[in-house]
Design a protein around this ligand. Structure first.
Ligand code: BEZ
Ligand code: FE
Length: 281
């Protein structure tokens, strides 16, 4: 393997993976190399451009920490996250559709009783949220758990506030014996994804904005059903047709009704897909 040139280097790299024990890893690496090399050939990548790409990825690495995940953001704005969600969530008619997870989920969020105010001091207009969790045959899913998270009126998640000690506008709830849930929070507003780093610079260089339409995140889990990761969007929000991360699905857009006292009411029913036998929840 010497004197490789632009015509035979791809095959040489592919051959170098021949001894990969894990067949899936081998398939992914070979395909990745084929597509990467084809991309470089197609755009006739210069050495200077290659180095700029390396610098860009380095900046993504430097700005990433346990609160900021620039690589997920990059995947989101390139549509890779939503493509992966779309390919892996073919559900029967009637099931609630999935959308992007995003970088602001926090494991082990505070647990609340039904009816509690999960805003916990977050700035925003009060909003009641309620609905049911059911299966595809209409059966109530008693005790389903709902993880909920959202940004505040300033468009920031609690984890983006430097000095905040407690969780705000996020929590875990458990549906009652008839699959019903309800809680209080604040109304969602559109917000800009973090754009003070390399991904933001890329958006700016390409004339794209960093905004997401107003939404509330849910992760709904129950034994015997596929876990659902989704959002509910506000029908009257800006950016529904230009979401920076391509996550809007019409079935997830709904009316957040203004009440006589100026607060809001969001009613949304979830339908979970039964888990495949032997598959993950
Ligand atoms: C979110 O909705 O929390 C989100 C999704 C993708 C990128 C940034 C934020
Ligand atoms: Fe969000």
């Amino acid at each position: 393997m010497r004197n490789l040139d632009q015509d035979n280097i791809t095959q040489a790299v592919i051959a170098s993976f021949a001894g990969t024990a894990d067949p899936r890893l081998k398939q992914i690496l070979i395909s990745l190399v084929q597509h990467l090399h084809a991309f470089a050939r197609e755009v006739e990548l210069t050495e200077d451009e290659w180095f700029k790409g390396v610098e860009f990825l380095t900046r993504c690495g430097h700005i990433t920490d346990d609160k900021r995940q620039e690589f997920i953001l990059l995947s989101d704005v390139l549509g890779l996250s939503m493509l992966t969600v779309a390919m892996n969530n073919h559900k029967p008619e009637g099931c609630t559709e999935a959308t992007v997870f995003g970088p602001f989920y926090v494991k082990d969020a505070p647990q609340y009783e039904l009816g509690a105010d999960i805003a916990n001091g977050a700035k925003g207009t009060p909003c009641q949220v309620r609905g049911t969790v059911r299966g595809t045959r209409g059966e109530a899913i008693a005790g389903a758990t709902l993880d909920v998270w959202q940004s505040d009126d300033d468009g920031l998640y609690d984890v983006q506030h430097e000095a905040l000690e407690q969780a705000q506008a996020r929590g875990q709830l458990r549906a009652d014996g008839e699959g019903r849930y309800h809680f209080r929070s604040i109304v969602a507003v559109p917000y800009a994804i973090p754009h003070d780093g390399p991904v933001g610079a890329m958006l700016q260089a390409t004339g794209r904005h960093p905004w997401r339409p107003a939404h509330l995140h849910f992760m709904v889990k129950a034994p015997g059903y596929e876990t659902l990761i989704t959002h509910v969007f506000r029908q009257d929000s800006d950016y529904l047709d230009s979401d920076a991360v391509f996550g809007v699905r019409q079935s997830l857009v709904c009316d957040w009704a203004v009440q006589p006292d100026g607060s809001y009411l969001l009613a949304y029913d979830f339908v979970l897909n039964p888990a495949k036998a032997g598959g993950p929840a």
